[in-house]
Design a protein around this ligand. Structure first.
Ligand code: AMP
Length: 302
């Protein structure tokens, strides 16, 4: 049993207060899968163009990430996202999106991908997310999204949200989606509109995250792992979700394991932001993640 992850596999061009990078490897499913690979052997579902280097496939395969569900269209280009964090380190500003092969992406899950324990739709258009969720036999279905889809495909996103158990969303997006001005007001509105959503993992950038269950006392907050230098926040949300779901994949889901998972997701994503692209995430270890998990846990006790 494993975790299947749908989302983008991309080139990223990035501007942060610590410098710029051009056409480095990225993508929502790329980051989520690498993060999850510290806990399980994920199956990545995506599409790339003929320009996607085989060395990037090797990065994934070397970590036991299954890439059989990545379609390749040799005549088209890989998705390329250009983002800036110069105005606000917590908010990615999209400067350009070359959709490339993802414009015509219809996911086809093989038997292994269909039978994964958990199916996670990392950020991608809500139609391809729904197509994957409809093929999946997972016990737990989770989804992440972004402001773009709330702005241009809200109806499709709502249809897709009716299929998920766990929603990952950030603070500005949940307010935008619900037209509420408090976070709890927004959480309550989502819970009412989508009774199928059992848990909401609310991401708050450098301020950490909160997990909301349906019971009144199911609220768990952690700060982000304290770091003095954030070189590139790209992929933080994806790594948070990948680490959280990777940790949960072979566990019984209880409020206790969910709280542990939130801290593991937080610890995993703290490595991602320490360097540009996936470099720091790739160079960490399960031991280092566990050490940060224990530090985060100690910060929560009095
Ligand atoms: P995060 O920083 O975790 O929110 O996600 C950043 C990643 O999302 C980058 O590596 C981008 O390639 C990817 N991304 C940005 N926009 C989109 C989009 N419209 N669809 C799919 N992936 C995207």
């Amino acid at each position: 049993m494993t975790l299947s992850i749908l989302g983008s596999v991309a080139f990223d061009t990035l501007y942060t207060p610590e410098g710029n990078r051009e056409k480095i490897p990225g993508g929502s499913a790329f980051y989520s899968s690498i993060a999850a690979s510290y806990f399980t052997n994920p199956i990545l579902i995506s599409k790339v163009g003929g320009d996607y280097p085989s060395s990037y496939f090797k990065i994934l395969n070397d970590r036991n990430i299954n890439t059989e569900n990545i379609q390749i269209d040799k005549d088209k280009k890989t998705f390329h996202w250009t983002g800036s964090y110069l105005k606000n380190i917590n908010v990615a500003e999209t400067l350009d999106t070359e959709v490339g092969v993802l414009a015509e992406f219809v996911p086809t899950l093989n038997t292994a991908a269909k039978s994964a324990n958990i199916c996670f739709c990392a950020n991608n258009d809500p139609v391809s997310q729904r197509q994957a969720l409809e093929q999946s036999n997972a016990k737990i279905k989770a989804l992440d999204t972004m402001n773009l889809w709330i702005n241009i495909m809200k109806d499709e996103l709502e249809k897709t949200l009716s299929l998920v158990d766990i929603l990952f969303i950030n603070d500005t997006e949940i307010k935008m989606f619900t037209n509420e001005y408090t976070l709890l007001g927004a959480v309550k509105k989502i819970q009412k509109q989508f009774p199928n959503i059992s848990y909401i993992a609310l991401k708050k950038g450098e301020y950490g995250s909160t997990l909301y269950g349906k019971k009144e006392d199911e609220v768990f907050t952690s700060g982000a792992f304290p770091l003095e230098l954030v070189r590139d926040p790209t992929g933080a949300g994806d790594s948070f979700a990948g680490g959280l779901l990777g940790y949960l994949e072979n566990k019984t889901i209880t409020w206790q394991t969910l709280k542990e998972a939130l801290l593991f997701g937080t610890a995993t994503s703290s490595f991602t932001v320490e360097d540009f692209g996936p470099d720091a995430l790739l160079n960490t270890s399960k031991e280092k993640i566990e050490k940060r998990y224990l530090t985060l846990k100690s910060h929560l006790s009095i």
